[in-house]
Design a protein around this ligand. Structure first.
Ligand code: UDP
Length: 410
């Protein structure tokens, strides 16, 4: 079992009081008090990289402070396991599945290894995403409450892969989806929980201007010219090459820079190949900054987002898209594809701009670069939208409420 890292400075509930107001935090304390003595276990497939790790990294300390003991376990597996789960991921997003039937057995063999390594004794077990989904068979004698939280869009899955995974999903007590559009017909209850960001994390807290300036200096980015940024793992579904193409169109009309920053997640074996494709597309343009960041780059990402003129998220498919949430929280105008959970966040012409193609993305970027007043208004409205719906405290509240619902049912 690998233990997930935590950030050096953990915010306290009092800190959230100051940012979000006392009423919201008091509500959390009241709900948590009713769960005293109950324990929670969260399980996912990576401690770093990607949105799920990002949420768990912040949610676990908050649950602890609310005195609901919460453990986070990360499943392990060999390269073959993560190649299979990545193929599952792509297939669930609608791509073909070209692996042999043997891969299903390999998947189950790794699940069995993790089952033997981990302990399952919590009152509430929340399993995140497909990689650990088959751990449901480790549930001791039907005890506890097991919930599957799915962060990806299941609306048009490859049916072979979904048929296999659904055998496990159907055994849970309930499933949580990030958007009504993501869900499937299931024989178990379904819940809608938006993913969330932590306004006080290193990734999202306010930064001194000198930290932002220093970050730009370090990466040799010019603060005097517009900066267009996409932060994402180097993953084809994030379409980094499409972002380069959109930037190249904009660049014909406006002098600007592109920042593509991201790293790999330990459960994503395709990162290096995609990075090479992006480098090739960028050619020798010195205004394209491709930053391969290590996992401990929260402050750098925060600074890059804050330094940006426009945040782009040109995904071809997307789960929720926490990078969009982060950009909106920083009051940035966001241009993003209308896929996955992005339209819940980017309400076209109100909290950002939606696009459907490379040309559309370029068009919206050009529009915002030439209309800074509109860009600013979108950013401010985006910030309020995030405050209302997508902060970690709302996510914690939804979990506590669901756990209480299960207790009442028994
Ligand atoms: N992220 C990061 N380092 C990177 C790339 C992404 O810390 O190199 C973070 C990013 O800031 C965001 C999360 O990982 O918090 C990505 O979540 P999102 O939902 O956008 O996409 P996912 O990677 O889960 O598909």
């Amino acid at each position: 079992m690998s233990t997930a890292p935590s950030e050096t400075r953990v915010s306290t509930l009092d800190d959230y009081n100051r940012v979000l107001g006392e009423a919201e935090i008091a509500e959390l304390r009241t709900l948590a008090a009713r769960l005293r003595g109950r324990s929670v276990q969260m399980i996912n497939s990576t401690a770093v990289g990607g949105g799920v790790a990002e949420i768990l990294n912040r949610m676990i300390p908050l649950m602890q402070e609310l005195e609901v003991p919460t453990r986070w376990d990360v499943i392990t597996g060999g390269e073959d396991f993560f190649a299979i789960t990545k193929a599952f991921h792509n297939a669930l997003h609608g791509e073909g599945f070209r692996m042999s039937d043997e891969s299903f057995n390999t998947f189950l063999a790794y699940t069995e290894q993790n089952r033997a390594r981990l302990q399952f004794d919590a009152d509430f077990t929340v399993i995140h995403d497909p990689q650990p989904v088959a751990l449901i068979d480790a549930r001791p004698n039907g005890s506890g409450h097991w919930i599957w939280r799915c962060h990806i869009d299941l609306s048009q899955p490859n049916l072979k892969v979904w048929g296999f995974l659904a055998q496990s999903v159907n055994k849970y007590d309930g499933a949580i989806f990030s958007s009504p559009a993501f869900s499937r017909q299931l024989p178990i209850p379904q819940y809608l929980f938006y993913p969330s960001i932590d306004p006080l994390s290193e990734k999202n807290r306010e930064l001194e201007p000198c930290v932002i300036e220093e970050t730009l200096r370090r990466f040799q980015i010019d603060p005097a010219r517009p900066i267009i940024t996409q932060i994402s793992r180097f993953d084809r579904l994030k379409d980094p090459v499409g972002v380069v193409r959109a930037y190249q169109i904009v660049k014909r009309y406006t002098d600007c820079q592109l920042v593509l920053a991201g790293g790999g997640a330990t459960d994503d074996p395709e990162g290096d190949a995609v990075l090479a494709e992006v480098r090739e597309a960028a050619g020798k343009d010195a205004d394209i900054h491709i930053l391969d960041l290590p996992p401990w780059s929260a402050v750098e990402i925060n600074a890059l987002q804050r330094a940006s003129t426009i945040i782009v998220q040109k995904s071809l498919r997307e789960g929720f898209g926490l990078t969009v949430t982060e950009g909106l929280w920083k009051k940035k105008p966001v241009v993003a594809s209308a896929v996955g959970g992005i339209p819940s966040q980017v309400i076209h012409k109100h909290t950002g701009m939606l696009a459907h193609s490379i040309e559309g993305t370029a068009y919206q970027i050009r529009f915002l670069l030439s209309n800074p007043g509109i860009a600013q208004r979108l950013g401010e409205q985006g910030h309020e939208h995030v405050r209302e719906h997508f902060l970690i405290t709302s996510d914690v509240r939804r979990h506590l409420t669901l756990f209480l619902h299960y207790l009442r049912e028994n």
